[in-house]
Design a protein around this ligand. Structure first.
Ligand SMILES: [Ca+2]
Length: 495
């Protein structure tokens, strides 16, 4: 940890680039929202979510406290999910036309919301014209866009007289990312979208670019990052490295802005473990934050609870057990450094597990008849906490908890960006920590006791006199002199 800190300090002291990196890290920090376009909101009555549907809900997202959206693949594709692309320059006709996308971009930007696109560069669809040509003609100029073998091999499928690499499924042939022509195609694709105004990319399956070689994956990620930043210096990139904290840490060496922090997700993730497993929950929260910062301190962290590939967090925590854990897991997530990502529908406690389509069902806005069509293959579509409309006016709803938590991060920028000091407390069920960023100081207090507690605030260099934010589950916090009264599972923020 000390060595890392020293390196960072040296960088900041010696290189103007170091300072620029530190600035860009905090500039990129935001509250993000992942959208499966097909299942979000249908604007034209065909029961398929579309781009204009997202545009119609931008005010909702802004109000929720969202500053950026990640759109799952919007390109033409034979599958319902879109992770097998047939045209990287197009828009899935079920989602709309390119003009709709350009309009979404400009309306999002007008509201201060950034838009990043899901880019699948590991593989194409087997229906992509590149693959069709490569498969049907061994002399095609596209033949070396893919990897071929004369002999059967693991991870390869038969295509014509030979076998092509296709690690996920036969319909997703892996691209030959060593081929300079393929890299040129990828550069052209990134340029096209970035010049249109897209704010960056979510990179799919980064550990699969070169199966079995982290070294080559990182080299390619470094190239992707460098290439994109040359086109648009302030673009933002986040990679899917579905792995341990240690592997994720090593992937940051590639130079890519960020990687999803899978160790914060699901039942085995830090927030759920603190809530459900730890005996000394207050102490554990402080330890987790120090652990994350010791590994990822110099980098932009990207904690999240679930995504389109995982069970939904409400399912993972057991929706039948009630809302306290569902709320509190998100409350704790929002106390971590970096950019949090919310999967659409988690803010109303949507559930989903089992097969993939179950995790990607339609958002429940108001009436059941307005929900988008169930994705092909889904076997369950249940909404245990009701629609957004039914939750909006209920101050105790999951929706209002999410909204308060996200807006707390907007109102107190130091929470996401600041250096952490954890104060030791006599009660191991209480966590008190300070976040300092530039001249802003924020004190965060969490009470994991099942009773209201009167907490004597520790002595701090900066005086905290104002209760400026409160995430309530069992009632409101209050501050009298140096004593903070905090109900069970309450989170208070002081200035
Ligand atoms: Ca539609």
């Amino acid at each position: 940890m000390k060595k890392r800190l020293l390196c960072l300090l040296l960088c900041l002291a010696l290189l103007p680039l170091g300072a620029a990196l530190a600035d860009s890290k905090t500039d990129m920090t935001d509250n993000w929202y992942e959208i499966f376009v097909r299942s979000f909101y249908d604007s034209d009555g065909d029961r398929v979510g579309d781009l204009n549907g997202i545009t119609a809900k931008l005010d909702y997202l802004r109000d929720l406290g969202i500053g950026g959206i990640w759109l799952m693949p919007i390109h033409p594709s034979p599958s319902y999910h879109g992770y097998d692309v047939t045209d990287y320059y197009g828009v899935n006709p079920e989602y709309g036309i390119l003009d709709d996308f350009a309009n979404l971009l400009s309306e999002a930007h007008a509201r201060g919301i950034r838009v990043i696109l899901d880019m699948v560069f590991n593989h194409t669809s087997n229906e992509h014209p590149w693959f069709q040509s490569a498969r049907n003609d061994e002399n095609s100029s596209y033949r070396n866009y893919y990897n071929w073998s004369a002999e059967p091999r693991g991870g390869y499928n038969r295509g014509g007289s030979q076998y092509y690499e296709s690690r996920f499924v036969a319909s997703m042939p892996d691209l030959n990312l060593d081929n300079p022509a393929v890299r040129q195609e990828i550069e052209d694709i990134m340029r096209y979208w970035l010049e249109m105004g897209v704010d960056g990319f979510r990179l799919d399956a980064v550990t699969s670019f070169y199966t079995g070689s982290d070294y080559k994956n990182k080299e390619f990620l470094g190239w992707l990052s460098e290439t994109a930043k040359k086109i648009k210096p302030d673009c933002y990139m986040v990679g899917e490295c579905w792995d341990s904290l240690y592997t994720i840490e090593s992937y940051y060496e590639s130079g890519l802005d960020s990687f999803f922090l899978f160790p914060t997700s699901l039942r085995g993730g830090y927030p759920a473990q603190i809530l459900l497993d730890a005996e000394q929950k207050g102490v554990s929260l402080g330890n987790v934050i120090q652990l994350l910062n010791s590994h990822l301190g110099p980098y932009l962290q990207v904690p999240f609870l679930c995504n389109h590939d995982t069970d939904r967090i409400a399912s993972a925590l057991g929706a039948q057990n009630g809302v306290t854990n569902i709320k509190m897991a998100f409350g704790l997530l929002c106390l971590l450094n970096g950019s949090v990502f919310v999967y659409y529908g988690d803010e109303i406690g949507m559930v989903g597990n089992g097969n993939d389509p179950n995790k990607r069902i339609g958002f429940f806005w108001d009436k059941k008849m307005n929900i988008t069509r169930v994705p092909t293959g889904a076997t369950a579509a249940d909404y245990p906490f009701g629609s957004l409309e039914s939750q909006m006016d209920n101050p105790l709803s999951i929706y209002n908890y999410y909204k308060t938590a996200l807006n707390l991060r907007i109102d107190h920028p130091a929470i996401a960006r600041g250096e952490t000091t954890v104060y030791p407390m006599d009660d191991p069920q209480i966590c008190v920590m300070e976040r300092t960023w530039n001249d802003q100081h924020t004190l965060i207090v969490v009470n994991f006791n099942i009773d209201d507690m009167d907490i004597a605030l520790p002595e701090t260099a900066h005086p905290y006199t104002t209760l400026s934010g409160d995430l309530e589950i069992w009632g409101a916090a209050s501050l009298n002199g140096g004593i903070l009264t905090l109900p069970a599972y309450g989170i208070a923020v002081l200035k």
